[in-house]
Write a protein that binds this ligand. Structure first.
Ligand code: SF4
Length: 98
C-alpha cells in the first residue's frame, strides 16, 4: 500500500500544480472559487491524488482504480464543461462560471 503523503508534501505539490490549475481556468474562461480556503483545499486534494495515485484525479470522487475508466475524473474532469455551463460551477466548486 502506498504511504499517505505528509501535509508538507501535499502543500508542496499543490504549489507545483497551482499554475496548471490557473491555466485551465484561463483557457476555459472560468474563474476559481473566490473562497480561497475552498479553492486551496480542492487543489490540495488534487495534489494528494497526484502523490497517491499519480494523476490529478478529482478529489470529490473515489477513483475505481481502473486507469482507463478513471480518465474521466482527471481534472478538469469530463463533465466539467457541462457542469460549469449548467450549474455555474464544477462539481467540486473549484472552477466557477464567470
Ligand atoms: S469537479 Fe472536475 S473540474 Fe472540478 S475539481 Fe473536480 S475534477 Fe476538477
Amino acid at each position: 500500500m502506498t504511504a499517505q503523503p505528509t501535509r508538507e508534501e501535499i502543500k508542496a505539490k499543490a504549489e507545483e500544480i497551482y499554475p496548471g490549475v490557473l491555466r485551465v481556468a484561463e483557457v476555459k474562461g472560468w474563474g476559481l472559487n473566490e473562497n480561497k480556503d475552498i479553492a486551496d483545499s480542492i487543489v490540495e486534494g488534487l495534489a494528494r491524488n497526484v502523490l497517491l495515485r499519480g494523476k490529478k484525479y478529482c478529489p470529490c470522487v473515489l477513483p475505481s482504480g481502473d486507469a482507463e475508466e478513471d480518465k474521466k475524473y482527471i481534472c478538469p474532469c469530463r463533465n466539467s464543461d457541462k457542469d460549469v455551463e449548467e450549474t455555474g460551477h464544477c462539481h467540486c466548486y473549484l472552477y466557477m462560471k464567470k
